[in-house]
Design a protein around this ligand. Structure first.
Ligand code: SF4
Length: 180
């Protein structure tokens, strides 16, 4: 969930996340947020914490359905089927979610969170977005890029490049990657 900004638009609220939050929904709850070793270092550097991640097997089979992205499947998952993900509190909220949104600045936010809700694979990032995102909350003349706070295509391409560079480092450090 991205923190809403104060500029209101035709839709009443400026970001799709803020509109979604009005329906008590957030993609920061009950989602498996994969963290690269770079994510862990960036978050730990800013928060001075190291207790925010763990290795878990996917909570939903949809996370293992990566047919169009074999790099993801072979590099992110360990041989026991687990992967490094953000911890959740007892209600399923990400440990960095607070009332007004994500507590992390964009510089520290996990790369998968920065790219969400856009769809991507190792080769490219698409203009299309996750089916979970409620497009019904958009006005017909609005563009998704303008409704996600902090998103722009130039930055998104850099984040996408960073994400796969860091995923590929997982492969190189496969045997050591539980220790970041
Ligand atoms: S890190 Fe921030 S944006 Fe990502 S799931 Fe947690 S609260 Fe949401």
């Amino acid at each position: 969930m991205i923190k809403p900004n104060s500029n209101e638009t035709k839709g009443g609220l400026s970001t799709l996340c803020s509109r979604c939050a009005l329906l008590s929904k957030t993609c920061c709850r009950n989602s498996d947020i994969y963290l690269t070793t770079g994510d862990v270092r960036r978050i730990a550097g800013i928060t001075s914490r190291k207790d925010f991640f763990e290795f878990r097997t996917p909570s939903d089979p949809v996370y293992t359905d990566q047919a169009d992205d074999p790099v993801w499947f072979t590099s992110v998952f360990r041989t026991d089927g687990s992967r490094r993900v953000m911890k959740q509190d007892k209600t399923g909220n990400c440990v960095f979610l607070e009332g007004s949104g994500c507590r992390l600045t964009m510089r520290a936010r996990p790369l998968v969170c920065r790219l969400h809700p856009h769809l991507y694979n190792s080769k490219q990032i698409y203009a299309s977005i996750s089916a979970d995102c409620p497009l019904s909350l958009m006005e017909s003349d609005e563009r998704i890029e303008n409704l996600i706070q902090g998103f722009d295509w130039k930055k998104a391409r850099l984040w996408h490049e960073m994400l796969y560079k860091e995923i590929n480092q997982e492969t190189e450090n496969h045997v050591d990657r539980s220790d970041v």
